[in-house]
Design a protein around this ligand. Sequence first.
Ligand SMILES: Cc1cc2nc3c(=O)[nH]c(=O)nc-3n(C[C@H](O)[C@H](O)[C@H](O)COP(=O)(O)OP(=O)(O)OC[C@H]3O[C@@H](n4cnc5c(N)ncnc54)[C@H](O)[C@@H]3O)c2cc1C
Length: 353
Amino acid sequence: MTAEAKANVTLAKPSEAFRAFCSHLEEHGIPAEPSAGSGVVFRYDGFEVHIAERPDSLGFVVRAPSPNILYFVKEAVVQHLSETEPDAALALRWSDGGAAARPPNFQLATVESCEPVHDMMIRLRLQVDDCAALGTDGLHIKLMIPSDAAREPVWPAVAKNGTTAWPQGPDKLHVRYYTIRSFDLVRKTVTIDVVRHYGGKIAEWASTARKGASLGLMGPGGGGIPETTGCLFLAGDYTALPAIARILEALPENAAGTVLVTASQPGSGRQYLPETSLTVREVDGGSLYAEASRLVSAESNVQYAWFGGEFDEAQSMRRLFKQELGLDKDHQLSVAYWRRGKETDASLGEHDD
Ligand SMILES: Cc1cc2nc3c(=O)[nH]c(=O)nc-3n(C[C@H](O)[C@H](O)[C@H](O)COP(=O)(O)OP(=O)(O)OC[C@H]3O[C@@H](n4cnc5c(N)ncnc54)[C@H](O)[C@@H]3O)c2cc1C
């Protein structure tokens, strides 16, 4: 662990807040382990949160492998606390400092090029200051542009309690998750592939972006490469193609299994994806779920299953992975990348799964 922060929060009913905290994390599949003294520790994905219950307060110690992850975890602690103790959450102060001009994982990016990469996607190559920071801690970032395109952007700052202070009212930002398709440490660029779709602010911004245009970027975080040696089943619509490509690039040469993707034209999915030892299958606009259920019953040796795509399909896929394939939470992941007819605000950490 390289980064640490502490906080002590005075509370009227510390044991209630303590219990609420523990049950919230346990609902997310993160069990409490006993810690030294009168507290517990939650360990997950390389970070840990120690909570000590005291007569009039709760003490938090957060440790993480990088300042970027530490920032996310501190923010999550405050957000959980605000559900039961909103005033205390506002008053909380971390030992490693308060308000800062910008979140440590925020960068201003400038468009270097913008070109079609697939009949459904535009590739943005973005110039950033700290490219190395984008190569660890997860595959995804938040992209942000002003909600009102006519306004000068006002970027997020850090509040005194360590959470992100997002601009409000007319300065509100439109924030969405995207996958880092690739990065070039020498040229300090990252590549993002944006799906063209009707009515999307980022999708429209990308389709008209010019060299030199700027946008905000925050992250990375969320979602890594599955660690498995067994037979894989990976599926997704256009929005998940960049993530599937990253996963395929990271797999060992002899990895086995099936990739199922949406393809507007025969071969377009295969063409986009890197060379792989997995069998790539395409669905031309029909239901990925219908094809997946047909395939996996015939391929019941699947040991890890992954899906990214529309909310309803993500729900059906999760059921398929759990019930038909009998995979536990460590061996399957089905994530809603977007939801038909609904906007999902990534500034609220919304993910819709
Ligand atoms: C972890 C994660 C990683 C992601 N990675 C990528 C990525 O690499 N590339 C990418 O293009 N997307 C990716 N997405 C999906 C992307 O965040 C959403 O599609 C987002 O809604 C697009 O923002 P927007 O401003 O264009 O549209 P919004 O303003 O959010 O939505 C406007 C309308 O468009 C609809 N809509 C949203 N997305 C789509 C779509 N794909 N097709 C049809 N209608 C849609 C919405 O339902 C809404 O009605 C990812 C999402 C997550 C959670």
